[in-house]
Design a protein around this ligand. Structure first.
Ligand code: GTR
Length: 334
């Protein structure tokens, strides 16, 4: 009788535990934002992050990935600048952003958008995964941005509606750039007219004849369908861009030490996943664009472009907000 009674006790204890863990699942709902569609490497890496966080916290945190497929508020466009504000207010919990728009709050990060700084993503990550990355993480932290991982923003090139074969062809062309001082100045120095247009509105701006060119990496050139309207790419690879996965300061402060560690680990792992997905996507996007008749012309004399951009390097070398980071990059130490 006592044996049967103690077994019954064990079974009911088990049932209570199972019920408790079911209640726990999805208890804290979080939101992670990506400007890209579901199938884009950034969004896929965020989905990996979401799954990993759920697994490592035994379901206590459930992260919903918000992509361009479905906004938080239907019909409203979330720009990276808006996402930053939402992150700081705790209206979203995680966001991936190109470092360009972050420079309004953390000026030193501007140097990361300087043209011809890194030869490729490997070169960039050699530094961002080392001393330089730490330096930026600390600077971002002072303005409440906590970095969970460095993502690949790819090598950016110019593409235009009209044929473009050399730097001189940019004269007076209206070139869309992201909302960032370095990009605006860069386009002026190469002779174009910079036009700051939100990412989501670039295709429309091309279609309405408001811009002649834009610049971006291969996956964005393809996923946004810019390749359908701007069929001439001058392969400059002028900026090898960095992106960051950020966590809302409010959420981070509320986490236990153990959960902080778990979420930070998922963030780091998601950046490894992202970088791997990225390489594959660059190749497949280039193939799609090529097949649709995009003409790729390699920039014959990058030194001419670098010479034109001279004042930009001088400016950031003399600026106390960017000098030390720029020197670290040039010294190529990690
Ligand atoms: C994409 C990048 C976005 C955004 C966009 C743009 O490649 O992933 O974060 O910066 O370019 O050009 O606005």
């Amino acid at each position: 009788m006592t044996i049967i009674f103690s077994r019954l006790l064990k079974i009911s204890a088990l049932l209570i535990l199972t019920a408790a863990s079911t209640i726990c699942v999805g208890q804290t709902k979080l939101k992670a934002w990506s400007i890209h569609p579901d199938s884009y490497p950034v969004s896929q890496a965020l989905q990996f992050f979401a799954d990993d966080v759920k697994k490592s916290t035994a379901g206590r945190y459930e992260v919903e990935v918000i992509t361009s497929a479905g906004g938080l508020t239907p019909g409203t466009t979330i720009t990276p600048e808006k996402a930053q504000e939402m992150l700081l207010k705790g209206e979203i919990d995680f966001a991936v952003s190109n470092v360009g728009p972050l420079s309004q709050k953390a000026p030193s990060i501007k140097v990361l958008s300087l043209p011809f700084l890194f030869t490729d993503s490997e070169h960039m990550f050699k530094q961002l995964d080392g001393k330089l990355g730490k330096q930026f993480e600390e600077k971002l932290q002072t303005v409440q941005f906590k970095v969970l991982g460095w993502y690949d923003g790819g090598a950016r090139s110019f593409y235009c509606v009209q044929p473009i074969n050399a730097m001189t062809d940019f004269a007076n062309l209206r070139i869309r750039v992201i909302q960032s001082e370095v990009y605006l100045e860069m386009v002026k120095l190469i002779g174009g007219q910079p036009k700051s247009v939100p990412f989501k509105e670039v295709l429309g701006a091309f279609q309405e004849g408001k811009i002649d060119c834009a610049e971006n990496n291969m996956p964005s050139f393809e996923s946004t369908e810019h390749y359908k309207v701007a069929k001439n790419m001058l392969v400059t690879n002028h900026v090898v861009a960095a992106e960051v996965l950020l966590i809302s300061p409010k959420l981070f402060a509320s986490l236990s030490a153990d959960d902080k560690q778990k979420i930070e680990k998922s963030g780091r792992q998601s950046s490894v996943v992202m970088r791997d997905l990225w390489k594959k996507r660059v190749a497949s996007s280039q193939e799609i664009a090529s097949k649709s008749g995009v003409k790729f012309v390699r920039l014959k004399d990058p030194a001419t472009m670098v010479r034109k951009l001279g004042p930009l390097y001088g400016k950031y070398m003399n600026d106390p907000a960017t000098r030390s980071e720029l020197l670290t990059i040039i010294a190529n130490q990690n």
